[in-house]
Design a protein around this ligand. Structure first.
Ligand code: ZN
Length: 400
């Protein structure tokens, strides 16, 4: 985030220099007008005295010379409030009031700098401009990508990619998501984060969810509590350098969980409801086909370390959107569907139907004590064990 801030500061400096020039013009114009209308004052003062006084006032009023605006991410959701950070300089400016405009009437900014893009602003980039209300003409603006607003009652799916990041393959997925205002969740191995920080920053800025897939992909159920904790914490630490406010969710390698894992990880545990088997087929076409069988609330499993999988990304994303699916991160899926998302709880999918059932029978307790609840999920678990053996031993393809 730091280089971006620096860029903003540089931009702010240019704006500031421009603003100083504008102030000169505005002040000169104001003084000119007062000189002409000064005689209408009728206060008993001589024209010269009144003029002198007003000049003094102008001198005492400290005008705004700079405005800096920052958003937590360059991509935000329509219909959600986003806290902007606004710095008005100098600190002792007489009137720090700001007038806001959002291009295309795409939203509003409140007095305490909360930006709320209109639902209609989805899938566009808007320019947010702040102008000092003190007549100084000082202005600043930022561009933000706006994702479509989420309707929890309409179909949605969460695309997930495991085992990266990879400098070779992950960017293809990001390009496809960016072009189509889509988002996905990336369950990453901590061991691959170092050196890929810029990739992660880009991904985070796009609105994606950066999540935990352990440090180096062990079967967590074979480790001690301390061993599990280290796998999770070391990866968290690197993720937090890129997205500081997140508490990343976890997908355990092989989907393997037991009570120790559940009690130690301190975050929701995310499985999947649709396994594309991309690791096995290594087929772009079959990966697309599998994704097109998605139903509402599905969490779709893919791996952004495989060339055929990332080659499918564009068709997967546009295909799902054309079918009417909203693309959300896993956390958004549970947030918008009011899903139970406690630390240590295990999740496979979250359909609108489940949401309605949950609201209807709030007393019902679900799968908390058990790892697997249905046959379908049994199947997915078994696949996953097979899967990651395959995808992680890249050098021993013959094992498959
Ligand atoms: Zn994996």
């Amino acid at each position: 985030m730091k280089p971006r801030n620096r860029r903003r500061q540089k931009k702010g400096l240019n704006l500031l220099l421009g603003a100083i020039l504008i102030i000169f013009v505005v002040v000169a114009a104001a003084v000119g007008i007062k000189y002409v209308t000064g005689s209408l004052g009728g206060s008993g003062k001589t024209k010269a005295e009144a003029e002198k006084e007003e000049k003094q006032e102008d001198k005492n009023a400290v005008k705004v010379t700079g405005i800096q605006i920052a958003a937590p991410r360059e991509t935000i959701r329509a219909g959600e409030g986003t806290q902007l950070t606004v710095t008005v300089t100098p600190d002792n400016a007489t009137d720090k009031t700001i007038n806001w405009t959002v291009s295309g009437g795409g939203g509003t900014v409140s007095e305490d700098y909360v930006l709320t893009p209109d639902a209609a602003a989805g899938k566009s980039t808007v320019e947010i401009t702040a102008e000092a209300a003190d007549g100084s003409g000082t202005k600043a603006s930022i561009s933000l990508r706006i994702l479509e607003a989420i309707d929890p009652h309409q179909p949605m799916v969460a695309i997930t990619y495991d085992d990266g990041p990879s400098a070779e393959t992950t960017p293809t997925v990001l390009d496809a998501l960016e072009a189509n205002y889509g988002v996905a969740t990336f369950f990453m191995q901590g061991q691959y984060i170092s050196g890929n920080e810029e990739l992660l920053k880009r991904s985070y800025a796009m609105g994606n969810e950066l999540a935990n897939h352990s440090w180096d992909h062990p079967q967590l159920t074979t480790l001690s509590a301390d061993g599990i904790k280290k796998q999770i914490d070391d990866t968290d630490a690197l993720i937090k350098e890129v997205c500081p406010e997140e508490n990343p969710i976890l997908r355990p390698p092989y989907g393997a969980v037991n009570d120790t894992v559940k009690s130690v990880v301190g975050k929701p545990i995310i499985m999947w409801s649709l396994d594309t088997l991309d690791w096995k087929t290594r087929s772009t076409e079959k990966t697309i086909e599998a994704c097109m069988t998605a139903k509402d609330g599905d969490i779709i499993l893919m791996h952004d370390i495989h060339e055929p999988t990332v080659a499918a990304a564009e068709d997967v994303i546009t295909g799902l959107q054309e079918k009417g699916f909203q693309l959300v991160t896993v956390s958004e899926l549970y947030h918008y569907r009011n899903g139970d998302f406690e630390n240590g709880s295990v999740h496979y999918s979250m359909s609108a139907e489940e949401m309605d059932q949950n609201t209807a029978s709030a007393t019902e307790t679900s799968e908390d004590g058990t790892v697997v609840t249905t046959d379908e999920e049994d199947g997915a678990d078994a696949d996953s064990l097979e899967e990651e053996d395959g995808s992680d031993t890249e050098n021993s393809d013959s094992l498959e």
